[in-house]
Design a protein around this ligand. Structure first.
Ligand code: ZN
Length: 219
C-alpha cells in the first residue's frame, strides 16, 4: 500500500485524491480507530523517512510541544534499515511536494494547462468550459487571452498526444543507442587502464624483489 501511495503521488495525484481512491477501494486505514483515509494520513506516509531506511530522532519541537521540528534540525540515522522506497521515487515525491501549486491537476480534463501557448501571441492559453447546464455534449476549450482564438480540448489533445508518442518512441531508441556507445567507450578505457597497470607491474617486479631482499638482509 505504501509503495502504491508513493507511485500515485509521483504520477501527480494529490493527498486528498489518493485518500479518496483508497477509501473507494475499501483499503483499511493504518489506524483501526480511524473512519477511513484522509489527506493527512496520506501526507504522513509520504513524509515518513522510515520508508527510505532512515530513523528520525528528536522530531518534536520540545517535550511539551509535539509539533514537528524544521527538517534540517531533525537528527537522522541514515541507512538504519533496508528501505522500502527507492531514492528516485522518494526524490520524485519530494519534488512534487515542494513544486505542486496546481493541486488535483490529474483530476482536471485540461491536462495541458500551463503547457500550451498561442503561436501568434506567445500567451499561455487559458481554459474555458462553455458547456450549458444539462447538455450532454461538452464544450471545453483552450483559449488565447489576447487574440481570443479557441480550440476544443479534444482536438488539441489528440494531435499533441499523437505527436508526443511518436517522438517518445524515437527518443527512447536514440538514447538506448547513445548509452550503449558511452558504456562501450568506458569499457574500452577501463580495459586499456587494466592492461597498462599489469604491464607496469610486470616491469617493476625485479625492482620490488630487490627491495624486499634488501629489507630482509638489513634485519
Ligand atoms: Zn493568440
Amino acid at each position: 500500500m505504501v509503495i502504491l501511495i508513493f507511485y500515485l503521488y509521483s504520477y501527480g495525484y494529490s493527498d486528498r485524491k489518493i485518500a479518496n481512491l483508497l477509501n473507494e477501494a475499501d483499503i483499511p486505514p493504518p489506524s483501526i480507530d480511524a473512519k477511513g483515509w484522509n489527506d493527512s494520513t496520506v501526507r504522513y506516509i509520504l513524509n515518513n523517512r522510515w520508508y527510505i531506511g532512515e530513523l528520525a530522532w528528536f522530531t518534536r519541537t520540545s517535550f511539551e510541544n509535539s509539533k514537528k521540528k524544521p527538517e534540517e534540525e531533525i537528527f537522522l540515522f541514515k541507512n538504519h534499515h533496508e528501505p522500502l522506497i527507492g531514492a528516485n521515487l522518494w526524490n520524485t515525491t519530494q519534488f512534487f511536494r515542494n513544486y505542486k501549486q496546481n493541486k488535483d491537476h490529474m483530476d482536471s480534463p485540461y491536462i495541458l494547462r500551463d503547457l500550451v501557448y498561442c503561436h501568434e501571441c506567445k500567451e499561455k492559453l487559458i481554459t474555458r468550459n462553455s458547456t450549458p447546464a444539462k447538455s450532454k455534449k461538452k464544450y471545453m476549450y483552450y483559449c488565447c487571452p489576447s487574440c481570443k482564438k479557441k480550440i476544443s480540448i479534444d482536438k488539441i489533445h489528440e494531435s499533441i498526444f499523437a505527436d508526443f508518442s511518436l517522438r517518445w518512441g524515437r527518443e527512447l531508441k536514440y538514447y538506448e543507442k547513445q548509452t550503449e556507445k558511452i558504456l562501450n567507450r568506458w569499457k574500452k578505457g577501463l580495459e586499456q587502464k587494466i592492461n597498462d597497470l599489469n604491464e607496469n607491474l610486470e616491469k617493476r617486479k625485479p625492482e620490488f624483489k630487490q627491495r624486499i631482499s634488501i629489507d630482509l638482509t638489513s634485519l
